[in-house]
Design a protein around this ligand. Structure first.
Ligand code: F6P
Length: 511
């Protein structure tokens, strides 16, 4: 049943209307157990949800909404390999990439064997590159999911990255990016990884061709040694002239592909065992998502909270603040995950929806954000639910830093909630502003894997309740088609048939 037609939706609307005066400070004052009751652990992640605008009754109603929209059945269908990506008639099985070898029977036994049949050689190759002292620079050329995942993870796991190798990520068709990277490289020391699920993406193909031309111009001849392709389109990679290819499958969405061959830069950076640990952390979260009862299921609780905020409290954005500088690309990664998955205006059958879906997701690492846009979070006219991510143990031994960092993240959540109500005018903070606090003991391949899988599944949960297909991305196609048309006009100068604004802009850039 469509979510807005369920009894639970009606009950939640009534509950929201009755609780417009909900106040976090009162909630804590009247319930000594609130912090405990609204906190939980999940694999590698401790979550404190108590500073959110919910109480036990809200959560119970949200779980009822999950039940009435068939959330568990939808989740189980994904884990059975059913074609829940209906508009592309594909299974959604990124989770299978982190499933232990031989652990599934039936129809999933064969794809799982293929996963491990590819993972083994890919990790062997990663180890070969790690042992190859001549390769000092690895350049990943890819965009979207073929860039953000590996880039985010290599940065996040910088403490685990082997010395002696540098990692570069080139995504933009803007030649300034590739040119800037190439400037510091030597062909004989460079490995290019051409990462593209489809092997047709204009940006990636343009960068790959330029990289190849640069390699040849530098006197490079051994393409097999210096270029590898990570793709589902092995034939296109071969046509491009690349013989070293690691494949994956159409049931891995681009934004869910860091666990596949797309993760090769991560495997080179942190080694085969590190990559296996990343997969194992994610798998532990998969199991939690599959088996924990809804009320103790962290991805379910976060996803339902997202629905509550978006549809009942009408908050249109969510901000993420990782208090760890190595997690600085996590906001960009999550932006694609959330907004490309759930930025949909029609249901799975193509019918327009009368309610909101994906929030705007944005953020920067703390404490940087505090000195930039946190002003708006504390005193702006809009309420933005915050998600803080902190890591208990640092890996450096610099005095004072980590204590200051952790003090700040706790203080920010506190300030948002408490406000400063005894002051007036410019010094008045309303407080009562919601936040979620996620805490990792340490930042390791396993905990990063769990954190990212948690985010994947929470996006699944809200998308499932909204009744949308979180696994297609038709909204990116129109721009691609129009760019092709305009690109052709850049040579001809023909502006006929264009709208007046686009025609004038084209003429201006060509003048
Ligand atoms: O255009 C959007 C998109 O298809 C993303 O979903 C994807 O992650 C990205 O482009 C890159 O696609 P590919 O890996 O096929 O080059």
């Amino acid at each position: 049943m469509r979510c807005d037609q369920t009894p639970a939706w009606k009950a939640l609307s009534a509950h929201a209307a009755q609780n417009t005066a909900f106040d976090l400070r009162t909630a804590f004052a009247t319930d000594a157990h609130r912090a405990d009751a609204l906190s939980q652990t999940a694999p590698h992640v401790f979550a404190d949800l108590s500073k959110n605008h919910v109480d036990a009754a809200t959560e119970a109603l949200l779980q009822e909404l999950g039940r009435q929209t068939g959330l568990a059945a939808h989740r189980d269908a994904m884990f059975r390999g059913e074609h829940i990506n209906s508009t592309e008639d594909r299974a959604v099985m990124h989770w299978l990439l982190r499933q232990p070898e031989g652990s599934l029977g039936g129809e999933l036994a064969e794809p799982l064997a293929q996963v491990h049949g590819t993972l083994g050689p890919m990790l062997d190759y990663a180890e070969t590159i790690r042992a190859d002292a001549q390769i000092t620079d690895v350049v990943n050329i890819g965009i979207g999911g073929s860039d953000l995942g590996p880039q985010m993870a290599v940065l996040a796991l910088q403490d685990f990255v082997m010395p002696g190798k540098r990692f570069h990520f080139v995504s933009n068709v803007d030649g300034h990016e590739l040119a800037g990277v190439l400037k510091g490289l030597k062909a004989q020391n460079t490995l290019f990884l051409i990462a593209s699920k489809t092997f047709t993406t204009t940006e990636t193909m343009t960068n790959a061709r330029s990289a190849q031309a640069w390699f040849q111009a530098q006197g490079g001849t051994d393409v097999a040694r210096h270029f590898a392709a990570l793709t589902t389109n092995v034939a296109a990679a071969a046509e491009f002239g690349i013989r070293t290819t690691f494949g994956f499958w159409d049931w891995v969405g681009g934004r869910y592909s860091v666990w596949s061959a797309i993760g090769l830069p991560v495997a080179i950076a942190i080694g085969a065992q590190g990559f296996r640990d990343l997969l194992a952390g994610a798998h532990a979260m998969d199991q939690h998502f599959q088996t924990a009862p809804l009320e103790e299921n962290l991805p379910v609780r976060l996803g339902l909270l997202d629905v509550w905020y978006r549809n009942f409290l009408n908050y249109t954005s969510r901000s993420i603040a990782p208090y760890h500088s190595a997690l600085r690309r996590v906001p960009a990664y999550l932006q694609q995950l959330e907004m490309e998955s759930n930025g949909k205006r029609v249901d799975r059958n193509g019918h327009a929806l009368p309610y909101g879906t994906s929030p705007v997701l944005w953020g920067e690492p703390g404490t940087n954000g505090q000195h930039a846009y946190f002003q708006m979070l504390h005193q702006g006219t809009d309420v933005v639910p915050m998600e803080f991510v902190a890591v208990k143990k640092p890996t450096h031994s610099l005095k004072d830093h980590h204590e200051l960092l952790l003090a700040n993240v706790i203080a920010q959540a506190q300030a948002l909630m408490l406000g400063q109500v005894d002051e007036g005018g410019h010094k008045h903070f309303t407080g009562n502003r919601p936040s979620t606090f996620l805490l990792l003991d340490e930042l390791t391949p396993a905990s990063l894997g769990a954190l990212i899988a948690l985010q994947e599944h929470r996006v699944f949960v809200s998308g499932s309740v909204w009744g949308i297909n979180s696994f297609d991305q038709w909204g990116v196609e129109l721009g691609k088609v129009l760019a092709k048309d305009i690109h052709a006009r850049m040579t001809s100068g023909d502006v006929s048939g264009l709208d007046a604004s686009s025609a004038a802009l084209l003429q201006r850039v060509l003048a």
